[in-house]
Write a protein that binds this ligand. Structure first.
Ligand code: AMP
Length: 282
């Protein structure tokens, strides 16, 4: 089993000792309730780095008062067994008091990239993410850190933060892991009712249809976005929040299909918001 650290000092000391012994460190931050998506990040960290580490912390700063913080799903024993199977050597499992012993006066905000999409839907969210990730990066020290493309805007925010602040971290993006029917794995999928779960793969089908239209020559961003909106609009269990074609690096909305882009989707199934996206490259 991995060594479990309840304290920042113990986790930091273990990783400092690894580096002092010549090992490079791979790090996977998570909120727990781990699934195969998280496992893919942990396996990549263990394959590419001598020592793999992870954190499990449901970060209150990134939840609004109205959101699902208190009933966010948790299963530490199962999480540690999965981390073990993926080759993770050290796991930080801090309490909220350990991470935030005093009211937080210092926060990290990333402008612009956070203004749209998830940032518009959840105004405090990305400041909470950037603050906890910068804190974790400062605890972990020089490392490669693994994030899923599933949360594509989060990946862009973390990349930009690490670059802007010269953090000694190489941010590595990893592909989206899906269920057999195409639904992107998410800890929040457990909130779906059976009918919502049965309907949810419409998101991936909509993205596939849009990508197929691009492959067949469609070059209008509005037309590509409309394919997604129409497919999701036709599903009674789903309400579309946004479907947007954006530049993959800046997340600027695009008018035309051109270069390295990403098609981002958020849709609600009851009270559960699901995110997905796909690469659109010409
Ligand atoms: P979370 O525990 O939801 O904060 O996610 C921790 C990390 O796992 C983030 O970098 C997510 O993007 C990543 N992740 C979550 N779901 C998936 C998935 N289906 N495929 C790949 N990575 C994922």
């Amino acid at each position: 089993m991995p060594e479990v650290h309840a304290t920042i000092a113990g986790f930091r000391a273990a990783l400092d000792a690894s580096r002092a012994a010549g090992a490079d460190v791979g790090f996977v931050p998570t909120m727990g309730y781990l699934h195969e998506g998280h496992a893919s990040l942990m396996r990549a960290a263990a394959a590419e780095c001598a020592v793999a580490a992870a954190s499990i912390f449901v970060n209150p700063l990134q939840f609004a008062a109205s959101e699902d913080l208190s009933d966010y799903p948790r299963d530490l024993d199962r999480d540690l067994a999965l981390a073990d199977a993926c080759g993770v050597a050290h796991v930080l499992v801090p309490s909220v008091e350990e991470m935030y012993p005093r009211p937080v006066l210092t926060t990290v905000t990333v402008a612009d990239i956070t203004a749209r999409f998830e940032g518009a839907a959840r105004p405090e969210h990305f400041a909470g993410v950037a603050t906890v990730v910068s804190k974790l990066f400062s605890i972990v020290g020089p490392s490669r850190s693994y994030f899923g493309e599933k949360d594509f805007q989060q990946l862009a925010v973390v990349r930009r933060m690490a670059a802007d602040l010269s953090m000694p971290i190489e941010v590595v993006g990893c592909p989206i892991v899906r269920e057999a029917d195409g639904l992107a794995l998410s800890s929040r999928n457990v909130y779906l009712s059976p009918d919502q779960r049965a309907a949810a793969p419409v998101i991936h089908r909509a993205l596939d249809a849009a990508a197929a239209a691009v492959a067949a020559g469609q070059r209008s961003a509005a037309a590509v976005e409309a394919i997604v909106a129409d497919a999701i609009g036709a599903e009674p269990e789903a309400v579309l929040d946004y479907a947007a074609l954006v530049d993959a690096a800046t997340l600027e909305p695009a008018a035309a299909v051109d270069g390295e882009q990403r098609l981002l989707v958020a849709a609600r199934f009851g009270t559960t918001r699901l995110l997905d996206n796909t690469a659109i490259t010409t």
